[in-house]
Each structure stands twice: as structure tokens, then as C-alpha cells.
Design a protein around this ligand. Structure first.
Ligand SMILES: Cc1ncc(COP(=O)(O)O)c(C=O)c1O
Length: 461
């Protein structure tokens, strides 16, 4: 499959720290990586950065959509990641094994189907900073959050509120409100939506702390994002969990925009559960199989759950006994035997993450996004306002920008960008999201974004 990390310093290939440890870049390192003193808005400079980038060969592992005679400038991996080249063959291999082996593929396929979810488990655990027993690939994101809330949202008359953020992704709001109703309570009273208190729509730790101090005793569950979909704000999961647990609240995170984007350390954060999708930064295809995390301290707990035979202990699963004997850890939440054709792209994608190392990817991501910030602030400041927090540790790859000239101008700019092969995405009412994904985006992509905005401005000024 494809090229190796040509020219890559071998010492960086496996520098991801042990699963479950806090494997993030520290504050001083982050400041050094994002220093803008040498940034230049010229093509030669951008090319030189890309040529010197240790992870540069990974771009060749992806199919970049065409635009005219060239390629798109694809800055929308926060919505749908690109297809790794190896996916097609991996799918063909599974189809061939099914044709060749029929049911025997469960044991004798090149990647046997029976233990298939194990093939992705360790790679996923490394990406989200978890122990293997804490993660499982299954279902879709919203389904996983519902299943986990069956176990972790246990409301009582005194404590039945759920705390989310006001601008939560609609699905998060829907699942919180419907779980509240399912348990016989009223979302009008029990769904606490925390207002953003920072310029640009971010939520400060002080606001979260205040809400927990004032209302913590009636909050059963805190459900916040790892990275907020609209603003791009990255949250401090460990700090939130500590505050929430001190008030007796269970804590879960929607990591849709965080998995494969920032240095998650789910185990060390201490949170009770988390879930994410795999079609964004994890590049596993539209509607890909999602992930779920259950902290190791619950691995053997007798928690209420919705049960299915694939959640049974493997040793007894095929004895077809009447009683449900859960597998330890996150696997105990599985319902059905896994969709192999849907897991194959995830397996291929995780191999690329493993080759790069999550910490290295985050390092490159910090530099790329810092460059994009610098370009916007120094070249496009009259046109665009960045909504995403300015501190690099409080954001991932994504920047959310608002067009100063208003919503109509914003839509005109967005359409112009798409027509010129520069892909971001648009979120109502007036936010354009752009995310240089470190697996395949480049400094040249960031520069091309800035140049295309300038070209639009010249046309419309
Ligand atoms: C933050 C967030 N939560 C939930 C969802 C819903 O995901 P799914 O449709 O895979 O359940 C999305 C989808 O983009 C999302 O961005």
C-alpha cells in the first residue's frame, strides 16, 4: 500500500505516548510551534515549509478531489475526511473473502470477521488516549450517545438535569431532551443550556464552574463537546470532569470534532464516557462506524444498559445461555455483530494515524492552523473575523470565521470559494468553517485559501 513516510525522521513515527497517558504537547511546546515570526504570505515560502514537513508523504495516501486540471483545496475534513487510497483495496479484499469463504470468513478471512473490532480497537484507543478496554467501534455517534446515556444518565427527582452548551449540535440537544422526556421529566426545566460568554461564542471555564457551583446538585449529567462544532473551541476535558465530579455529576463528551484532531487523553481526563464519529478527522467514509469510550473504572460495574448478544463476554457468547454476561469495558455496550464492510475503511485509516503518531499530527496541525490565523489576521483582517479562541491550546485544526460585511456577503464568498475549488463549509446563520487537516493539508492550501478570499474581495470591493 502506497508510499512510506519518505524522508520522515524515524524517531517521530511512534512517538505517541502510552495509551491512557496524557499524551499532549505541553504549553511551552505549543507556543513554540505556533510562533508566527517566520511566517510569509508567499508561495515559495509555503512550498519550502511543505517540503520540509516530516509528515509530507501522508498526503499521497489520500484521494484529493479534482478541480479543473488540478486538485481541490480541501479544508473541510472537519465535516467529511478524505478517502485513504488503501480503502478501495481493503473493501475489495473483504468482498473477495466473502465470495471465497462464505461463513468461514468469520475465522479465516485475511482479517477474520469474528475478532474484527479488535483490529481497530488499539488504534482507536491510541488516538483518543484510552486503554484498549475503554473503547469500541460500533453504531453511529448519536446512537452511541443514547446507549451510553441509558447507563450514565440515571435521573432522580432531586437530580435530573442535563447540562449542555446553548449552541450544542442539534443531535446533542435532541438526545438530551428526549432522554429527559423518556425518564418522565420536562426539558423546559431539566435541560440547562449554558450561554457562551466569550467574544466569538466560546464558553469560558469560569462560566462552566459557575453553573456547576450554582446548579451542580440538581445536574445528573454534564454533556459537553471535546471541540465545539460551530466555534471550533477545544475544551479542557480533565478540568470540566473534575469540577463536575466534585458536584456529583456524571460527565460525558461528544468528541465528534475532537477525535483525530486534538490530543485527547480520555482516560486521564477521568470522564465517565465519550463517543465520536469516524467520518471527520478519522477519514473512514460517509456514515462510518462510530466510537465509544467507557472509563476503565466502569469496566466491571453492573450498570443498567440496553443489551445485545455482541455485548456478551466472548468466552460464553456462543453458548447461547439465557443470562446476559457482559464483556468487560466498552465492548459490553455492543449490540450486534459488527459491519465488516464499514469497519474496513476505519482499519485502513487508523494505520495511517499509527504511522504518523497522534502527537506529531497535532504538532503539524498547530503549525498549519497558526499559519492560517496569521494569514487571516495580516492579509484578510478587513474581511474576516475569527470566532475560534485565539489560544492554540483552546482550538483544534478548525477556524470558524465570520465575514465582516454580513451574511449575504459571507454566502457570496463561500460560493466563490467553492467555484474556485477551495472547500470549507457554511453553518447557518453566518459562519464559515475551515480546517486544515494535518494528514493531507499543506501550508500551500492555507495560502491558497487566503489568496482566493483576496480575489473575491477584489471582485466585490
Ligand atoms: C458535534 C456533533 N454531534 C453529533 C453529530 C451527529 O452525528 P451522527 O449523525 O453521526 O449521529 C454530529 C455530526 O456532524 C456532530 O458534529
Amino acid at each position: 500500500m502506497g508510499s512510506d513516510l519518505g524522508g520522515c525522521d524515524p524517531s517521530i513515527r511512534h512517538s505517541g505516548a502510552a495509551p491512557g497517558s496524557s499524551h499532549g504537547n505541553d504549553g511551552k511546546e505549543i507556543l513554540e510551534m505556533t510562533a508566527s515570526h517566520d511566517f510569509r504570505a508567499d508561495a515559495g515560502w509555503a512550498r519550502a515549509q511543505d517540503d520540509a514537513e516530516p509528515l509530507r508523504a501522508l498526503r499521497g495516501e489520500f484521494l484529493i478531489p479534482p478541480h479543473g486540471d488540478g486538485e481541490q483545496t480541501y479544508l473541510v475534513g472537519n465535516s467529511l475526511g478524505l478517502q485513504p487510497r488503501g480503502v478501495r483495496q481493503a473493501l475489495v479484499d473483504e468482498l473477495d473473502d466473502w465470495a471465497r469463504l462464505g461463513v468461514e470468513g468469520h475465522l479465516h478471512a485475511r482479517h477474520p470477521w469474528l475478532p474484527y473490532h479488535r483490529e481497530v480497537r488499539d488504534g482507536l484507543a491510541e488516538i483518543v488516549g484510552a486503554e484498549p478496554v475503554e473503547v469500541v467501534a460500533m453504531n453511529s455517534l448519536t446512537a452511541n450517545l443514547h446507549l451510553l446515556m441509558v447507563s450514565f444518565y440515571r435521573p432522580t427527582p432531586e437530580r435530573h438535569a442535563i447540562l449542555i452548551e446553548r449552541q450544542a449540535f442539534p443531535s446533542d440537544r435532541d438526545l438530551a431532551a428526549s432522554q429527559i422526556r423518556f425518564h418522565g421529566y420536562d426539558p423546559a426545566e431539566a435541560l440547562i443550556e449554558l450561554d457562551a460568554d466569550e467574544h466569538g461564542g466560546a464558553l469560558s471555564m469560569a462560566a462552566i464552574e459557575r453553573a456547576l457551583t450554582e446548579r451542580g446538585k440538581r445536574i445528573a449529567l454534564v454533556l459537553l463537546p471535546g471541540v465545539q462544532y460551530l466555534t471550533g473551541q477545544a475544551f479542557d476535558l480533565a478540568a470540566i470532569t473534575k469540577l463536575a465530579h466534585a458536584q456529583g455529576c456524571v460527565t460525558g463528551f461528544d468528541c465528534a470534532h475532537a477525535a483525530g484532531n486534538i490530543d485527547l487523553a480520555l482516560h486521564d481526563s477521568g470522564c465517565d464516557f465519550a463517543a465520536w464519529c469516524s467520518y471527520k478527522y478519522l477519514n473512514s467514509g460517509p456514515g462510518a462506524v462510530a466510537g465509544a469510550f467507557v472509563h476503565a473504572r466502569h469496566a466491571h460495574a453492573k450498570l443498567p444498559r440496553f443489551e445485545g448478544w455482541w455485548g456478551r463476554n466472548e468466552a460464553t457468547r456462543f453458548q447461547m445461555r439465557p443470562a446476559f454476561d457482559p464483556a468487560p469495558g466498552a465492548e459490553g455496550w455492543q449490540l450486534s455483530n459488527p459491519p465488516i464492510l464499514a469497519l474496513a475503511p476505519l482499519r485502513v485509516s487508523l494505520e495511517l494515524f499509527q504511522r504518523a503518531g497522534m502527537q506529531n499530527l497535532r504538532g503539524k496541525s498547530l503549525r498549519l492552523t497558526a499559519y492560517l490565523v496569521w494569514l487571516i489576521e495580516t492579509q484578510l483582517g478587513d474581511m474576516l473575523e475569527i470566532l475560534t479562541p485565539s489560544e492554540p491550546a483552546r482550538r483544534g485544526a478548525q477556524l470558524s470565521v465570520r465575514v465582516r460585511a454580513g451574511r449575504e456577503a459571507g454566502q457570496s464568498l463561500f460560493e466563490y470559494m467553492v467555484a474556485h475549488g477551495v472547500l470549507g463549509d457554511w453553518r447557518e446563520p453566518d459562519v464559515m468553517r475551515i480546517a486544515p487537516a494535518p494528514l493531507y493539508n499543506t501550508f500551500a492550501d492555507c495560502l491558497r485559501y487566503a489568496e482566493t478570499v483576496q480575489a473575491w474581495h477584489r471582485r466585490h470591493a
